[in-house]
Design a protein around this ligand. Structure first.
Ligand code: NDP
Length: 272
């Protein structure tokens, strides 16, 4: 049996084993997928021991994505741009390749929800690791404009400087934003602390689609607020979670699983 796992801390509530087990059943792959809670100061030793035991690959989540970037012996272009790695794969030659599938997972989920990105005016709220992980994939879809707004403006400017060669990207303060936007993506962690990014509700029009990278069993706070203010469509981040997993699975196994069916099962499982 080929071995895979997800590394993080804390990690015991991870949905990744559930998702990858369904993918493996769906595509008839012989593999196991476990959980490794590496010590906060012990990721490198832990992942090295995992690969020494002949494992084939792993996912990496908070707080280890930057350390995984350092650990990888070779990086894909999108991982280099993201500055973080969420997928490691050991090749037949023993080389450990680092990739980042978060952006591809987001775009896959947006497309599955029929959100058109080409020519769209996109507002991305937040400039942390999740935002950096998706900018390249969003710009690859040729939006008319990608505006990054962050509470700490300088971090939005940093993202613009990293991605400016790839398309029309600009930075804004929350207070200076003016729409209209076809799509607003919330990549802030405000919802984890029970708050909302401080943007004006006037940015939401009946044509605006909303994507909140957060997810939980209920409607997220940001999506509830957006719906109350007239958004045409609200989507939470569960599909991105499944989408990034599907991309990782394809990298490891060479076969692309169907994300939609697994998303339905995961949502059912989350609702308990
Ligand atoms: P980071 O800690 O790297 O970044 C957090 C971001 O949120 C920063 O831009 C920060 O702004 C902003 N922020 C935090 N609190 C507030 C607030 N009260 N008001 C406005 N902005 C705020 O986290 P990540 O980027 O890694 O993750 C962000 C979110 O995305 C998390 O909720 C995470 O769970 C989710 N996520 C979902 C994924 C999925 O598959 N669905 C994948 C990856 C992440 P500042 O710079 O000013 O501090």
């Amino acid at each position: 049996m080929d071995q895979y796992a997800v590394f993080g801390n804390p990690i015991k509530h991870s949905k990744s084993p559930f998702i990858h087990t369904l993918f493996a059943n769906q595509t008839q792959q012989q593999m196991t997928y476990g959980i490794v809670e590496a010590p906060v100061d012990g990721f490198t030793a832990s992942v090295q021991a995992f690969f020494n035991s002949d494992a084939k690959g792993c996912n990496i989540t908070a707080p280890f994505k930057e350390e995984a970037f350092q650990f990888a012996q070779s990086l894909t272009d999108r991982a280099r741009l993201a500055g973080a790695v969420n997928t490691l794969k050991k090749t037949d030659d023993g080389l450990i390749i680092g990739d980042n599938t978060d952006g591809a997972g987001l775009v896959l989920d947006l497309k599955n929800n029929h959100v058109d990105l080409t020519g769209a005016r996109i507002l991305l709220l937040g400039a942390g690791g999740a935002a950096r992980g998706v900018c390249g994939s969003l710009l690859a879809e040729s939006p008319a404009q990608l505006t990054i707004a962050n509470r700490t403006f300088e971090k939005a400017e940093t993202l613009v400087s990293i991605f400016k060669e790839l398309g029309n990207i600009n930075a804004s303060e929350f207070n200076d934003l003016s729409g209209p936007f076809d799509l607003i993506i919330n990549s802030t962690s405000a919802g984890l602390h029970g708050s909302l990014p401080a943007i004006s509700s006037s940015l939401i029009t009946p044509e605006t689609a909303i994507y909140d990278m957060t997810y939980n069993a209920q409607v997220t706070a940001f999506n509830a607020w957006a719906k109350d203010n007239g958004a045409r469509l609200t989507i939470d981040g569960l599909g991105m979670l499944v989408g990034q997993a599907a991309e990782s699975f394809a990298i490891w196994r060479g076969v692309k699983p169907g994300a939609k069916q697994v998303l339905n099962e995961l949502r059912h499982n989350l609702a308990g």
